[in-house]
Design a binder for this molecule. Structure first.
Ligand code: BTN
Length: 250
């Protein structure tokens, strides 16, 4: 399987403050850019999160979007949110004590159980093929208010003796790790990605609530389905695959 090429690490376009790196990736694609390309901004004025939420653009934090043109369709491309989450987690690992970083379905990265990074995938069909923007926000220096779950930033968890971390240094690690995982995904598909993701997933086997737009489900976090859906084991033992929703443990 060769759903796309990361083609090295890709060029980087660095902006001062812009509306949203996802919007800029889309504009670049409409201008003929096919990637792989990384858009990075020092601040955002209209950052978007999942499910229509906003994502605050505090300077000092990391705001970046990878732009890719893929030969696979949307279902397979969705695997790349897990690739991105693994890359973010490993980039943060370098700065914080061991075992502090975990992953929460679908694609949050937590330090000490609190959200420090969110990922927003957006895709569209263009004249050159199927395009994917992988937007990644990491709280590096500050933990902005405005999300409905405990939040933190990398700088609050630095391991002893670690010098201050910047968005730029974190981005370099993230970009390198992303392309390694991307290449593995291109060659071997989702299975090794799912395995690595589950190895650091928070709440596996634990009771959970999944909030969907029109209903709330309860059960246990059983695992990941082949395409990345969350497998929820209900009280009667049946497994339900959840493709979108907000997850709460405990
Ligand atoms: C989430 O809700 O958890 C996802 C947040 C994604 C935020 C990032 S910041 C860079 C990129 N540009 C955006 O407008 N959003 C994403």
């Amino acid at each position: 399987m060769r759903p796309g090429r990361a083609g090295g690490r890709g060029d980087v376009r660095l902006y001062d403050t812009i509306d949203s790196t996802n919007d800029e990736a889309r504009r670049l694609s409409e201008g003929g850019e096919i990637g792989p390309l990384w858009v990075r901004a020092l601040g955002q004025t209209k950052g978007r999160g999942r499910r229509g939420r906003s994502w605050l653009g505090e300077p000092g934090n990391l705001f970046t979007t990878g732009l890719f043109t893929l030969t696979c369709g949307p279902a397979e491309a969705a695997n790349l949110s897990f690739v991105a989450a693994l890359a973010v987690a490993e980039a943060i690992d370098c700065f914080v004590p061991p075992h502090e970083v975990s992953l929460k379905w679908p694609n949050d990265v937590l330090i000490d159980g609190r959200k420090t990074s969110g990922i927003l995938l957006e895709s569209w069909q263009g004249p050159h093929g199927f395009h994917l923007a992988i937007g990644i926000g990491v709280n590096v220096r500050t933990s902005p208010d405005g999300i409905d779950q405990p939040i933190t930033c990398v700088s609050d968890h630095l391991r002893t003796g670690q010098s201050p971390v910047s968005a730029e240094i974190l981005f370099e690690g993230l970009q390198a790790r992303f392309h390694d995982w991307f290449d593995l995904w291109s060659q071997q598909g989702f299975a090794p990605i799912a395995k690595a993701w589950l190895a650091r997933a928070s709440g596996l086997g634990q009771p959970m609530i999944v909030r969907l737009p029109h209903e709330t489900l309860e059960g246990r976090f059983h695992g990941l389905a082949a395409g990345g859906a969350l497998q929820l084991e209900q009280a009667d033992g049946t497994i339900v695959d959840v493709t979108a929703g907000d997850v709460f443990f405990g």
